[in-house]
Design a protein around this ligand. Sequence first.
Ligand code: HEM
Length: 291
Amino acid sequence: MSCPYSINPNQSASISNHRDVEESIHTDFKDDMSYGDYLNLEKVLSAQHPLSDQHDEMLFIVIHQASELWIKLAGHELTEAISNIKNGDFGHAFKVISRVKQILGQLTQSWGILSTLTPVDYLKFRDTLGHSSGFQSYGYRKIEFLLGNKNAQLLKVHENDPSVHQELNTILNQPSLYDEALLALKSHGLPVDDSVIHRDFSQPYQHNDSVLQAWLTVYQNAEHYFHLYELAEKLVDIEDSFQQWRFKHMYTVQRIIGNKIGTGGSSGVSFLKKALDISFFPELFELRTQL
Ligand code: HEM
């Protein structure tokens, strides 16, 4: 008896290895909007301009541009999540926060592609970058601010671009995702200090005991506070994914430039390592020790 999974040799010979374009498929885009028109591909795909003649510079440009697009989407979704929580719409907030987690996962995956760039290959075009650096990424700064890592010093590099500077300044001064979560704790009747509720949102968030106690109450009475409990775990997911991106960035940078200073002027890897100590949602991690 022949194997039921084997292809009959006569049948294999009859496969044409060709797909006909069906009659109904639209092929005339003289007056119709095409795929490329809708996505503005002419602009997007003609925006890669290597400054050197090095083969690997294209990878460097594409990985940054693709990351910027995913970061842009993450910012769009986080803005929505903040507004959903503000309006008490936890269902939609969970949906978009789950999406942000996947986007961050996608961004983290891309370090694998970049680590095929060797130190020698990178040094061949590094000088052409001048002082440009991801440190000046306003999309990235926007998502850090939206999540709650507020730092007014970081606006300085955007002073030469008034519209970007204004947008970041506005986000800096608005409640972050975590601030909205803490307002939600309060609106669910949990005692949170007024100094937290009415804090200056442009300042870095500092640990607060009343917040820790409120989250502990939520975790110890998860059935009663199920939405808040689920929200907290979704925030932990986001921080987990974000830290993986930060770590892989730092580690890939170490692999490529060692302890050289950054093109943006920082100490490089040691500066990036310090970011790993910044938590968006500190009490959500502290409570795990207390449970
Ligand atoms: C060869 C590849 C890369 C190297 C050597 C590198 C190096 C660095 C260094 C040294 C810094 C610190 C600031 C400075 O002095 O420049 C930095 C910051 C940063 N880079 Fe990269 N990077 C690389 C790829 C990327 C990619 C693909 C992205 C994706 C968007 C990115 C995004 C960022 C961001 C957002 C910061 C600011 C981080 C913070 O404020 O904590 N980098 N990078």
